[in-house]
Design a protein around this ligand. Structure first.
Ligand code: GAR
Length: 218
């Protein structure tokens, strides 16, 4: 246990990705532990999830600060007090300044519900359907100053189905988010990831997983 990577999870809402990380960390051989859960929203359901798991939580409400920098100084102070080595943004819906992002360089990861660099920003599922793309998915990446940019650690793809609406597509992607976020965390915590020229290299990666072709015909 002593050598586990010390992780803080930042949330704003329902916390299903937080739950996936909690479940992963509960496994015997998992090389990370969650030392702090911070929400910028006191009503976030994820706080209840964290508390039910016996985790240390706090609310740091951005509305109580005069600007982004002072909010983030408080955030960083709390993260450091808890010995945070890696921050996971799990549905944390605040943009972070370049100063914060630089300070936590390669120690800050985010999950985003699209196959980045496609569909940065909000309403990804709606835009995916509107564009008629056939393959969608999710991404875990190191955070850089530009929104939804940074070296990609893991992605999962799903087919977009003819009768999909925003919510069916979102839930199929969410199930994959719950797979790749713990996967990315495990890779980082076990020291298998290097970022070289802004590209992630993974030690011991297997080649040739199955391709996903969409549409699929009988
Ligand atoms: C997730 O789908 C996550 O990918 C998305 O918010 C949702 C949070 O759900 N994040 C973003 O859109 C960040 N740009 P959760 O609170 O149940 O984990």
């Amino acid at each position: 246990m002593a050598d586990n990577l010390r992780v803080a999870v930042l949330i704003s809402g329902r916390g299903t990705n937080l739950q996936a990380l909690i479940d992963a960390c509960a496994k015997n051989d998992f090389p990370a532990e969650i030392v702090r859960v911070i929400s910028n929203n006191e009503d976030a359901f994820g706080l209840k999830i964290a508390q039910a798991a016996g985790l240390s939580t706090t609310v740091i409400n951005h509305r109580g600060f005069k600007n982004r920098t002072s909010f983030e100084e408080t955030l960083s102070a709390d993260l450091e007090e808890h010995g945070t080595e890696l921050i996971c943004l799990a549905g944390f819906m605040r943009l972070l300044t370049s100063g914060f992002v630089r300070y936590w360089h390669d120690r800050l990861i985010n999950i985003h519900p699209s196959l980045l660099p496609a569909f940065k920003g909000l309403n990804t599922h709606r835009r995916t359907i509107e564009e008629g793309v056939r393959v969608a998915g999710c991404t875990v990446h190191f955070v850089r100053a530009d929104m939804d940019a940074g070296p990609i650690i893991a992605q999962a793809a799903v087919a977009v189905l003819p009768d999909d609406d925003e919510s069916t597509l979102a839930s199929r992607i969410l199930a994959q988010e719950h797979v790749i976020f713990p996967l990315a965390l495990r890779l980082i915590a076990s020291g298998r990831i290097k970022v070289i020229n802004e590209i992630v290299q993974i030690d011991g990666e297997l080649t040739s997983p199955d391709p996903l072709v969409s549409p699929k015909l009988n």
